[in-house]
Design a protein around this ligand. Structure first.
Ligand code: MOS
Length: 732
């Protein structure tokens, strides 16, 4: 189904099932341990052996020799595959470094061997017997040191040049020089680790030339294509299955070493092999969010109208890696006639930087929304009012282009009212509650809404059961549930007569899970398939589909009332389709908006920061399931607290690796760190987004939260920290 005109009224608008707060279908399986994660799928194939991955001990250079004789003879060992006896493999989608093969070392803990044994302990013990001779080289590990010489990304390509590179509108330098009120500050964000609960894990089995991977991955079609490319085998020989994912956060958008080494280990051992990356391997072997250094300049008139805004960000990566696109939101969030955004990318030999939890906007908003708070203070304006004064209904970089729907102002006003913003003392350091200095801060939330082709197959059996099959993943987000809700609404059946099967590359390819695009696109694909199934039902029953009403498990047409299952009496009905998008999202800008409000307490003696209250008001189109959407948003808000106060991979700048490479040293918020969180969704639809009229909401819950925390800390203490995370040492 091609979606190229704004959605009109359709069966989803009945909102009998869609739009209702619904428990997650997979919730009971996950909480009772009966949803098997990749490593636990003992039943999918017999005779599984264990693989243990060894990472390099240097960050840059070459592996000269590997001594593996002892390991090969160790008890239980079935095979040892080393990087020296494997030619360098191909590179999968978005992999900046090679996952395996050849002597070159590109980053610390890059995989150099997999040991396969009868048990995990035997594989691990044998791996420790491998001795490696390295020829180390000098690497570059210090972002700040490399920043002055970091080359611009994409050059200076003038106006409207796409999502990266330098963009100019008007005359920033002239307008900034003339502005009566200006700000010029630099903000830094840290390297961060996804820290998902489930590690990267895969069971691999070969049947002749055919490879099956039971794995944990966000993007099944990408994974299938990448594995074929990396191993140099035909795509049709690869099957990827990932029905449950214990968190991804961007770290499982692509294939990683677990999948590749399980496949190689299985080939060598001639047995199915399971590999999980151990926790201490993950931060350096896999990807992370790169640190940023962001300079923001804002010029405004005395009444608070922004006339000039510039945002430049530098991040580092391996030579084939991408920059952190931290300036994207600054192109769209506030009005202002003269604008400049630019990215620089420093060559670093640290592990590979890549997408993590709202890449781009999450760290970009952490800088921009402190800068806006600082600017409001310079202007003597309330920060909510300053933002509202500079709202825009058109894309400021392309003024002919409107937002499909934008109610940032609604989010800010309602948030201010509900949070009790009027009671805030704008002078920092004034409010006190016993031992605590109390502060209130806010920030806008912003994240784009992305569209992508998404397919599904739906089947109807004689019992009236509707089965949906798509390679869409549920990474803890609620995909099973919103897909079931969509099919139930479309076919007019109760939720419990819908069966949803996900994550298998044998099913139609979906948009997958990432970039908060999963919910809208995958359900729109199910909508498209259900339109076809309704057609097939009508045809079987000899009725006109335009007059048919699908409700209460029945199909009604004129005086005819038939149980839905009747249509499948002569044989199961199957329909398959995909949603495909025209250029609606090019004609109009599709974004999501929020107002984030935070109250903190800062201990007057120790400077310990405790978050006391949080509120997010979100505008993200139709909310398909308010319960799972709220869970997404409070998860995002929690990540925002982590980014503001705790999360940082510490770089060893001498040896080039992340030191705190486990969950003891890498701190993320736990329940005790998080107070009551409130989430309000504005009641809206966006008919430009898809037939579902929904948009992404998960990452919106994160973007802006860090700055709201930082602004609250400032309001509490009068200390403006521009270097995240705001740890106690920076407040004393
Ligand atoms: Mo998200 S970081 O695009 O999975």
């Amino acid at each position: 189904m091609k979606f190229d005109t704004p959605a009109g009224t359709n069966p989803i608008d009945q909102l009998k099932v869609v739009g209702r707060a619904t428990d997650r279908i997979d919730g009971k399986y996950k909480t009772t341990g009966t949803a098997p994660y990749a490593y636990e799928r003992h039943d999918v194939v017999p005779n599984q052996a264990y693989g243990y991955v060894l990472g390099t001990g240097i960050a840059k250079g070459r592996v000269r020799a590997m001594h593996v004789e002892e390991a090969r003879q160790a008890p239980g060992v079935l095979a040892v595959v080393t990087t020296l006896d494997t030619p360098r493999l191909g590179r999968g989608m978005l992999n900046a470094a090679y996952l395996f093969g050849g002597p070159e070392v590109q980053h610390y803990h890059q995989a150099i061997a997999v040991v396969v044994a009868e048990t995990f302990e035997q594989a691990r013990a044998a791996a420790f017997l491998i001795r490696v001779d390295y020829a180390p080289e000098v690497g570059r590990f210090d972002l700040a040191a490399e920043t002055p010489s970091a080359p611009p990304v994409g050059g200076d390509s003038g106006e409207g040049s796409g999502s990266s590179g330098k963009e100019r509108v008007g005359d920033f330098d002239g307008a900034f020089a003339q502005a009566p009120v200006t700000l010029d500050e630099t903000y830094t964000t840290a390297d961060e680790s996804h820290a998902m609960m489930e590690p990267h894990a895969t069971i691999a089995a070969w049947e002749g030339d055919k490879l099956t991977l039971w794995t944990s991955n966000q993007m099944i079609a990408w994974a299938k294509g990448s594995i074929a490319k990396i191993l140099g085998i035909p795509k049709q020989n690869v099957r990827v299955d990932s029905p449950y994912v214990g968190g991804g956060f961007g770290g499982k958008l692509f294939v990683r070493a677990d999948a590749v080494l399980a496949a190689l280990g299985a080939k060598a051992a001639q047995r199915p092999v399971k590999v999980a990356l151990t926790r201490p391997l993950i931060p350096n072997n896999t990807t992370h969010r790169p640190a940023t250094i962001q300079r923001i300049r804002i010029g405004a008139t005395k009444d608070g109208t922004i006339t000039a805004i510039a945002h430049e960000s530098t991040s580092g990566n391996l030579p084939d890696g991408s920059p952190e696109t931290a300036v994207d939101q600054t192109k769209l969030l506030y009005a202002g006639a003269n604008r400049l955004t630019a990215l620089r990318l420093a060559h670093l030999d640290l592990p590979e930087g890549n997408a993590m939890r709202a890449p781009g906007e999450a760290p970009g908003m952490m800088a921009l929304e402190i800068a806006i708070d600082e600017m409001a203070e310079k202007l003597g304006l309330d920060p909510v009012e300053f933002r509202i004064r500079n709202d825009t209904q058109v894309d400021p970089n392309q003024p002919g282009r409107r937002f499909s729907h934008r109610d940032l102002v609604g989010c800010l006003r309602l948030g201010a009212e509900r949070f009790g913003w009027a009671k805030r003392n704008p002078i920092p350091g004034q409010a006190r509650d016993g031992q605590w200095l109390v502060g209130i801060g806010m920030a806008a939330g912003f994240r784009n809404n992305l569209l992508g082709k998404s397919g599904a197959r739906v089947r109807l059996d004689a019992g009236g059961t509707v089965t949906v099959e798509t390679d869409m993943t549920d990474i803890g987000t609620g995909s099973y549930t919103i897909i079931a809700q969509t099919a139930a609404e479309m076919m007019g059946v109760p939720l419990d007569t819908v069966v949803v099967r996900l994550g298998d590359s044998d099913f139609p390819a979906s948009a997958g899970s990432g970039g908060q695009w999963g919910a809208n696109n995958s359900t729109a694909g199910v909508y498209a398939a259900c339109v076809q199934l309704r057609e097939a039902v009508a045809q079987r029953l000899g009725i006109n589909s335009a007059d048919a009403v699908f409700a209460d498990g029945q199909v009604r047409s004129g005086n005819r009332v038939v149980p839905l299952g009747e249509a499948a009496r002569a044989g199961e009905l199957t329909a398959e389709d995909a949603i495909e998008y025209g250029d609606l999202s090019k004609k109009q800008q599709q974004s999501t908006f929020a107002g984030h409000f935070v109250e903190v307490g800062v201990d007057v003696d120790t400077a310990e920061v405790r978050v006391r209250r949080m509120l997010a008001v979100c505008a993200a189109g139709r909310i398909l399931n308010p319960k799972s959407a709220r869970s997404q948003v409070i998860g995002g808000m929690t990540m925002g607290v982590g980014a503001a106060l705790m999360e940082k991979l510490s770089v060893d700048r001498r040896r080039g690796f992340f030191v705190n490479h486990d969950l003891a040293g890498y701190e993320v918020p736990v329940h005790a760190d998080i107070p009551h969180q409130e989430v309000i969704f504005l009641d809206e639809v966006d008919p430009m987004s898809s037939p579902m009229k929904a948009k992404g909401v998960g990452e919106l819950g994160l973007c802006g939260v860090g700055a709201a925390v930082a602004n609250a800390v400032y309001n509490a203490t009068g200390v403006r920290v521009r270097d995240y995370p705001i740890t106690v040492d920076k407040l004393l």
